[in-house]
Design a binder for this molecule. Structure first.
Ligand code: IVH
Length: 706
């Protein structure tokens, strides 16, 4: 027993045991208090336990538990949630909207695995319209709950999750480490009752059950979450010390046996016809389920096949969400406005008379580009039977998933405008010519960084989620700083000189301005400072270079390793020729258009000056060294000839998952050439360069997963 020992006399071992005991006792008390509304211990005892816990933590700070009661309900709520890095990334799903797209999904899987005509077994289950949550159990105790966030880092909502009745606090017969993933949602009935109660209290009501669930889970004061009727369906897992089962279906059954709610409409389906049958069955039941779903998720059943199929950058190859058709609504298009994006693209946006579509009020829709407005697609084929879109038209809007609403059609009988819409040929922001290059569907402002819209949009991109993601400095603040007379921010480097400029400035300090105070200004400066250390991939993505998205930025970071190597390669490269260009082009996933865009950016004097000034403010972390200790980690591999034991796609995916770089052509940097029968010029070149050549069997042995 450790509960009688005075804190100052405890050994570290005793302290550890006592912290565990206190954590359990307090968690139990919290549950009784919030969950069942039936306290088991007096407030005074509760406070004494909490104090003892805090005293032990103060004496032994290094052994504070990740689920410490100090961070739970009852503790003063912090201002934000702590960040949690997911042990296994939380991914999203790619979507299918038609049966043809489902057939394509199945086809791609078969091709990847080189499957014959045999059916693939899948599971099919409703796609719950809530928010995903990852629950970490260690030795049967819930120690952490985290939201998805950007997939790599989420928010620590452990205290909140502990108040959800569907989430077990302890598990028996579970793997030592088990991360259970699933969806937090609210039922229709609970949502309606919550909104009635909110209205009675004069509080704001929620637009739909999903927003209500998200708003309820992300409460800094977990006692509020406790009072909200949240539920949880488990459907997947992250880190595991032992496998749950050999198939998806059995793994979900195991989660159910462990005490989780799993969806009763989960079904094992042989082949895609069975999937589509189940989809129709679920669609018929959708209105009476009592909670929102927005599609059906299909997953390859065999977990061995799942692992062979692996992942693309943000989605698994072995699963897809078959979405229900989007809801439609008619409204008036009041005005067409042109927005100028960070690459100068002029994007037309429809300003609509607000209308509710699928539970959400919609007042804007994308109009894509001038061809789309005129009634043609990018290849010149007619859309909406060639009907153009004009200001004042009645339009039918739809929302598909979380994306910006779109326009399905117009009503020609209710048209008022007599002339078609004329797309501007000058940038509406800076007045520069807006031109359309041959083969491009987009008209672009030629003003570059002299265009306020481009400059501002680039900065917004710079601080966005996958980029620098600076807390307290979002799109709204960027807009304000852009035209600020005292502390202007026109380039990314200006963000990092804000604090110094504010300190040196004899005029009004930021802390004395509307919307700021000492705490919030200092917090923002601290958040900026924190981001001076930045991973290479994030920096490359943040630069906002055309065609360089998050996954390309990752490829580039892994290829070059350090900022210095990347920067000197870009400086040395000339479009279309030379060693640096050739090297850039060997990266699988980098094509000529993207490479040219990078080279142009690094050779443009103003852009280059802005990049250099920024990097001077930063400490750029080298790219993560490839994972694991596989002999191919960090090596560059080229495949040639026919592979007989796995498809080229699978071989490539496997190599990448082991940390290898896969290149399309042989160069002096190639470490291995994997040559199947029929290998030609690549094998000759490899031999000439002294590159190690492996046959398929040797390659498989080398990359065998232990
Ligand atoms: S599986 C690696 N199953 O949909 C795949 N996701 O668009 C992990 N979702 O982030 C997801 N119901 O929040 C899966 N039955 C279900 C789901 C489901 C809802 C959500 C989940 C995910 C999002 C992807």
């Amino acid at each position: 027993m450790t509960d009688g020992i005075a804190v100052e006399q405890m050994t570290e071992e005793q302290a550890r045991t006592e912290l565990l005991r206190l954590s359990r006792a307090l968690a139990r008390a919290d549950r009784a208090y919030h969950g069942q509304d039936a306290p088991e211990i007096s407030d005074a005892t509760y406070d004494a336990l909490k104090r003892r816990n805090a005293e032990i933590e103060a004496r032994f700070p290094t052994i504070k538990r990740p689920d410490s009661p100090s961070d739970r309900v009852g503790a003063a709520p912090g201002e934000t949630f702590a960040k949690v890095r997911h042990a296994v990334r939380m991914l999203s799903l790619s979507n299918a909207f038609t049966s043809e797209e489902v057939a394509e999904f199945d086809d791609q899987i078969r091709k990847f695995l080189n499957f014959g005509s045999e059916h693939i077994d899948y599971t099919a289950e409703p796609k719950i319209d809530g928010l995903s949550l990852s629950l970490r159990y260690e030795h049967g105790s819930l120690v952490q709950a985290a939201t998805r966030g950007d997939g790599e880092e989420g928010e620590n909502v452990t205290a909140n999750a502990r108040t959800i009745a569907d989430i077990p606090q302890t598990l028996t017969n579970a793997p030592d480490i088990l991360e259970v993933r699933g969806e937090v949602y609210m039922s229709h009935a609970d949502f309606a009752a919550l909104n009635t109660a909110q209205a009675k209290k004069g509080d704001k009501s929620f637009a739909n059950p999903r927003n209500a669930a998200a708003g309820s889970l992300r409460q800094l004061d977990a006692t509020i979450t406790a009072a909200r009727p949240l539920r949880f369906f488990a459907y997947s897992w992250g880190a595991l010390s032992d496998p749950l089962a050999a198939t998806q279906y059995e793994a979900v059954a195991r989660l159910s046996a462990l005490g989780f709610q799993t969806n009763p409409l989960t079904k094992l389906c042989k082949g895609i016809d069975a999937l589509l049958d189940h989809y129709r069955m679920i669609e018929l039941q959708r209105a009476t389920l009592g909670y929102d779903i927005d599609g059906v998720v299909y997953k390859v059943n065999d977990l061995g096949l799942q692992s062979r199929l692996g992942f693309r950058s943000t989605t698994p190859r072995w699963a897809i969400a078959h979405k229900f058709p989007a809801e439609l609504a008619w409204t008036r298009l009041e005005k067409i406005e042109i927005q100028v994006g960070r690459t100068g693209a002029l994007s037309p946006v429809a300003r609509l008379t607000p209308v509710t579509v699928g539970g959400v009020v919609v007042s804007n829709a994308t109009l894509h580009n001038e061809d789309y407005i005129a009634g043609r697609d990018s290849k010149g084929a007619l859309i909406r039977q060639g009907r153009d879109i004009r200001e004042g038209d009645w339009v039918q809007v739809y929302r598909a998933g979380d994306v910006i609403p779109k326009i399905a059609d117009i009503d020609p009988d209710r048209r008022i405008a007599s002339e078609p819409y004329v797309f501007p040929e000058k940038c509406p922001v800076c007045g520069s010519d807006a031109i359309r290059e041959e083969g491009d569907s987009v008209r672009r402002c030629t003003g570059g960084l002299i265009c306020a819209a481009q400059g501002m949009e680039r900065l917004k991109h710079f601080v966005s989620r996958g980029a620098f993601d600076i807390e307290g400095l979002g799109a709204k603040q960027i807009e304000a700083f852009w035209s600020d007379p005292i502390l202007p921010v026109k380039t990314p480097a200006d963000i990092f000189t804000l604090a110094a400029r504010d300190a040196a400035n004899p005029l009004q300090k930021l802390k004395n301005r509307d919307g700021y105070g000492e705490v919030s200004a200092n917090k923002m400066f601290a958040a900026i400072d924190q981001r001076r250390t930045i991973p290479l991939a994030r920096l490359i993505f943040a630069l906002g270079i055309r065609h360089v998205g998050e996954s390309t930025a990752n490829l580039l970071a892994r290829h070059y390793g350090t900022w210095e190597a990347f920067e000197s390669a870009m400086t040395a490269a000339t479009t279309g020729k030379g060693a640096a260009w050739e090297d850039l082009m060997t990266i699988d996933g980098v094509g000529a258009v993207l490479a040219a865009s990078l080279v142009t950016a690094f050779h443009h004097p103003t852009e280059r000056a802005a990049i250099d000034a920024l990097v001077e403010q930063l400490n750029v972390q080298p790219a993560d060294r490839p994972v694991g200790n596989s002999p191919v980690a960090g090596k560059t591999v080229v495949f040639t000839g026919t592979l007989e034991r796995m498809t080229r796609a699978e071989a490539k995916a496997r190599a990448e998952s082991l940390g290898a770089k896969v290149a399309g052509s042989v160069s002096a940097k190639t470490d291995f050439l994997v040559a199947g029968p029929g290998a030609g010029s690549k094998a000759t070149k490899a031999a000439a360069l002294g590159v190690t050549v492996l046959d398929e069997d040797e390659w498989l042995t080398m990359t065998a997963v232990p």
